[in-house]
Design a protein around this ligand. Sequence first.
Ligand code: FES
Length: 362
Amino acid sequence: MSVVEVPPPVTAPTRSGHCRITVRGRDGRETTFDVKKNDMLLKAAVEQGIDYPHNCRVGVCGTCKTRLVAGRVSPMVDLALSPLTNEQIEAGFVLACQAKVRSDLVIEAKLGNGTQLPVKTVSSRVSQWQKLPGDVIDLRLTLDEPVAFNAGQYCTIAESGSFTRRNYSYYDVPPTGDSAGAREIGFLIKRLPGGKFSEWLFSEDRRDTKIWVEGPFGIMGIDDLDRDGLCVAGGTGLAPILSIVGDRLRRSKTAKFTIVFGVRTANDVFANARLNELLAEGEGRVRLITILSHEPAGSSWTGPRGLVTAALTPELGVDFTETAAFICGNLGMVEAVERRLLELGVQPDRIHADKFVPSGTP
Ligand code: FES
């Protein structure tokens, strides 16, 4: 196992078996917390409610990149194969989700604005198991205790007694006000041929099955609520987009949204009911563009065709230099959209991406 090390920091003594983590933020602000020696840095931080940037938690997306200023960590992945560039590795960057803490650390990371909610594990029962077009199931769970989450976040779910876990984004709008959280949550789950959880879920009606839920995880840009949003969803990447747009419509009186939703064919368009609800709730502030990548030539479809990137042109009617962008879908699609949006002039720090990573990714 490799080790990334720079001379250790001098810090006040911590509890035995623990290491002190000092995070230097972008504004010079310092945040400190303690973790058990050999714990994974990101997991330990998020479990304590630290607003640490992260998304996939499996070393793929690069969101948790962290510069090691002092101290020692053991990376659990080969950094040369990670999303970090050679320049970043040479500058001392590691992935917090894959860094085992070996000593006190001083690190640089862009902590969020303190809105990370505590991660909870709760039991639930399947209250709705509904097949939708496009080989998608609308799965709703009734929770035994309420869970708070932010729009665009995800959780890990597993059948009670099984070790097979999968991550899915909430499609609901998070409850607001004094609520302790949601009592019911829903997910849009695409069939993944050969996928253990997916095959189990699709094989029969799973209503009343006991499911464990752990979360919330991930951060999808929660500030700047009055800024207009361009939302690009590939397939079930629509789930976090429904949550984000619904939430922002309620929290801003002015923000407008363009949703570009990509599926294969007209017969694969799912979640029409929820999209129509959103369009009605938006009262003219939400525009939906559905684009089909594999619609047979000569069909009655009159809308746009191609990959979602084909819809991202100067003619889209979006002020790319001002918009916030939310992109959700598989890794390749999200990266292609990110590149396209940068070409069109979207500010890099206004691009929020949720890259779906297949299960089994180490
Ligand atoms: S690489 Fe660490 S959260 Fe994605």
